[in-house]
Write a protein that binds this ligand. Structure first.
Ligand code: 0X9
Ligand code: ZN
Length: 430
């Protein structure tokens, strides 16, 4: 009995990434606008998953399904698009990634130290156990709030952290929202580490004296769970609506679903694409919950950060057309302050952060994004962080779990520096 249980667990583990059998990933670096457009067209033509969107002369990374491999290579060759193999066997690579995660769990177990959600890639349950535990242990400092339930009925929980129970109206509020994109697994560790630094290991009292905090570690719990159990590269929510196509292709890109130039740029109205913006703005309960928090605390919110990966970037509005908001000076200076703080703590083999307007820095326009929405309703400082991740030399689809803590720690430096500088900027009413 025991033997068969072990065998079936083993088979289950092997079957987990079966859908990625034969998949390959490629680096692509279009040299012209035309080549970039060709690559873009492959998204629908060959169902290519553009994992990192390339731009002219800037490398991207794409996932190609086995049935389209030949056509993909032919297209690259015929168009003369520079490309090179990133991963020959995506399924095997994912199995290695899993082994690394498991080995790290084992390492903690053997040391009899409790593994925290910022020490490794962890499941939703571990994140909620941690945040529930924090709220129970520090009732005078922390309140856990369930903003509502996800499409599949999972609670969407956030922590309110305050030394004055959110009653001192002279304090600025800082909000950190994370994991609207399911596959960006480095993101929840950064959010939970921020909680740790504010509650369990406060080294800078000013951060609670002058600020109240809202931290939402997983805004898309359904997608996050699904990326662990079924499809590692799942990005969207898991919702369906009445349309038959949506039944076939569930999910909406939460970062195209906010009511800010909704459904205009860098998004699609086809539910089967990764950037489907939904049937209408805020069609998703997950983005509605973030919207409601933002609106509830708007009068005191000075800084909103939405955590994503990857690319080592700090991005600010407007992401749909690359224009600058009247607060561009504040956005840029605080952005640079945050990046500098991160950089100070970074590792030599990590990429250097870039700071700037979303469209200009990431190289593509996208409407309906969280950071733009927050800024549009009046949050003076609103950013997307793209945390470090895969790049040449840092192989795999996620960073080795041994780097999780590093990313969490350096990201916290950015958030803390941002909070402090935000206060100065906003007080000066720039
Ligand atoms: O495309 C996105 O949603 C973000 N990148 S990701 O790789 N995490 O998917 C970037 C969003 C940038 N912000 C705006 N366009 N406003
Ligand atoms: Zn993202």
């Amino acid at each position: 009995m025991k033997f068969w249980m072990v065998v079936s667990l083993f088979t289950l583990a092997l079957a987990k990434h079966e859908r990625y059998a034969g998949w390959r990933s490629y680096y692509v670096t279009p040299a012209t606008k035309e080549q970039l457009a060709t690559l873009g067209s492959l998204e629908s033509k060959l169902d290519v998953d553009i994992f990192v969107r390339p731009r002219v002369d800037r490398e991207g990374m794409v996932l190609v399904k086995p049935q389209y491999l030949n056509e993909f290579i032919t297209a690259m060759e015929e168009e003369g698009i520079p490309y090179s193999l990133h991963t020959e066997d995506v399924k095997a690579r994912l199995e290695v990634d899993d082994e690394q995660i498991e080995a790290r769990h084992t390492e903690f177990r053997s040391k009899s130290t409790t593994e925290k959600p910022y020490d490794n890639y962890v499941r939703l349950e571990a994140i909620y156990n941690y945040t529930d535990g924090i709220a129970a242990k520090y009732p005078n400092l922390v309140t856990s709030v369930t903003g509502g339930n996800s499409f599949e009925g999972r609670p969407i929980k956030y922590l309110k952290i305050s030394s004055s129970n959110f009653q001192n109206r002279s304090k600025s509020i800082i909000m950190v929202e994370a994991t609207i994109h399911a596959r960006e697994w480095i993101v929840p560790p950064a959010a939970t580490y921020a909680i740790h630094k504010l509650v369990e290991n406060l080294t800078d009292p000013e951060l609670l004296e002058n600020f109240d905090w809202i931290i939402l570690p997983v805004s898309n719990p359904d997608g996050y769970q699904y990326s662990h159990t079924n499809e590692r590269f799942w990005r969207k929510t898991r919702s369906t609506d009445q349309s038959s196509l949506s039944q076939l292709c569930p999910g909406v890109d939460g970062n195209r679903n906010y009511d800010i130039h909704w459904s205009t740029v860098g998004t699609s109205n086809n539910p089967c694409t990764e950037t489907y913006g939904g049937s209408k703005a805020f069609s998703e309960v997950e983005t509605r919950i973030v919207r409601d928090i933002l609106n509830e605390y708007l009068d005191r919110l000075t800084l909103f950060i939405t955590l994503h990966s990857y690319g080592s970037m700090i991005l600010y509005p407007w992401g749909h057309d690359g224009s600058l908001s009247p607060n561009a000076f504040g956005l840029h200076t605080v952005g640079v302050t945050m990046a500098e703080a991160i950089q100070k703590k970074s590792l030599p083999n990590f990429p250097t952060y870039k700071v700037g307007n979303s469209l200009l820095v990431i190289g593509y326009g996208a409407s309906g994004a969280g950071e733009d929405y927050a800024h549009s309703i009046g949050v003076p400082l609103a950013y997307t962080y793209e945390l470090p991740g895969l790049s040449r030399g840092l192989q795999g689809f996620h960073l080795d779990p041994k780097y999780v803590r590093q990313v969490a720690e350096e990201t916290w430096e950015g958030i803390a520096a941002g909070a402090k500088h935000a206060r100065e900027i906003v007080n000066r009413k720039l």
